[in-house]
Design a protein around this ligand. Structure first.
Ligand SMILES: [Zn+2]
Length: 338
């Protein structure tokens, strides 16, 4: 089985944008309201989009979450975020109900700038215990590019982590849109966040002493981290600490959303195979074909297959590690005889 641990519902039917537009237009008077999206619209948006891509690329199952760039935690206050995120998580649940063999839900969290992360616990719990989701996306920067929150190692995040550990779900570290014009959303803000959070963890590894079972996935191949592994490793050793592999890498995984062969080669050379999980982030940041190869940039399976991994290593990257990092996914698959 080939599990893609990173996919978003980027092909929302028009009713989603209509809801969000109306919500933003009336931010002073938040109400949950209704999101008008039919089952037929969802079916069409998935069958012509992510499901078609799964089939074309030979992958089986996608861990599926709300469109990341539209999480938009910075819009309005806490209630705006809560209503919007609840609706989009419900959409993911509807996709999963329609295509249970192909998509398993991962939730967005109703974060809001300056609001305690503890206020996201109720939605995390609802998604995991009632909707059957297996993980969450956690933004280290709900301000949208202005970085106003304390680092993810700060104790203000701890109540959320306690709930994640209790529910046995990991978080993918994932920002949303940037409203800071200095950053491009997927070109810089996403990769900045991946790199920034890794360094936060290097600086304060106490987090994983406090939560030995806390699990983070740093997407997009870990941002700049694999390329600059020597810098992080050296800084860490300069602080008199044990190797990063001992200090952090029992709690952190990187995905394979890296869109060229040399990048994948480097990722697999630098990062232990046990810390890598297959992902594409399709349909997402790069949608075109590489004119040099004729293949889609984000068809990352091609690059991994070109590594000629041993059968055991390929199993880890494509399935086995995901089943360990997402135990609720493993339980779900086992309950279906997979
Ligand atoms: Zn993503």
């Amino acid at each position: 089985m080939i599990i893609d641990i990173h996919g978003h519902y980027t092909t929302y039917p028009p009713g989603v944008e209509a809801y969000r537009g109306a919500q933003i237009a009336q931010m002073s008077a938040p109400s949950k309201g209704k999101m008008n999206v039919t089952d037929d619209e969802i079916r069409a948006s998935i069958e012509g989009g992510q499901l078609a891509a799964q089939r074309a690329r030979g992958t089986d199952l996608t861990l599926f979450s709300p469109r990341a760039s539209w999480m938009g935690h910075h819009f309005g206050g806490e209630l705006i975020s809560r209503y919007w995120i609840e609706h989009t998580n419900d959409l993911i649940y509807r996709v999963e109900q329609m295509f249970p063999d192909n998509f398993v839900g991962v939730c967005a969290l109703p974060q809001s700038p300056g609001v305690s992360p503890a206020n996201s616990i109720a939605e995390l719990e609802r998604c995991v215990t009632q909707l059957g989701f297996v993980g969450c996306n956690l933004s280290p920067d709900p301000s949208g590019g202005y970085w106003q929150e304390p680092p993810l190692t700060d104790k203000s995040w701890y109540p959320l982590y306690e709930k994640m550990v209790e529910l046995d779900v990991p978080a993918m570290v994932h920002v949303s849109a940037t409203c800071n014009p200095a950053f491009h959303q997927t070109g810089s803000h996403y990769l900045n966040a991946d790199t920034t959070v890794f360094m936060q963890l290097v600086q304060t590894p106490q987090l994983f002493k406090d939560f030995p079972k806390l699990r983070f996935i740093i997407p997009h191949g870990g941002g700049a981290v694999p390329y600059h592994w020597g810098r992080y490793r050296g800084m860490n050793l300069d602080m008199g600490r044990p190797e990063l592999t001992e200090l952090l890498m029992h709690n952190i995984w990187f995905d394979t959303c890296v869109y060229h062969q040399p990048g994948i080669d480097l990722l697999f050379k630098v990062i232990d195979i046990d810390n890598l999980m297959f992902a594409t982030e399709m349909i997402g940041a790069v949608r075109g074909k590489d004119p040099n190869t004729g293949f889609l940039f984000d068809d990352t399976k091609r690059y991994i297959d070109a590594l000629n991994l041993s059968e055991a290593d390929a199993y880890k990257v494509y399935e086995g590690t995901a089943r360990k990092v997402f135990p609720r996914l493993d339980a779900r698959l086992k309950s279906r005889g997979k």
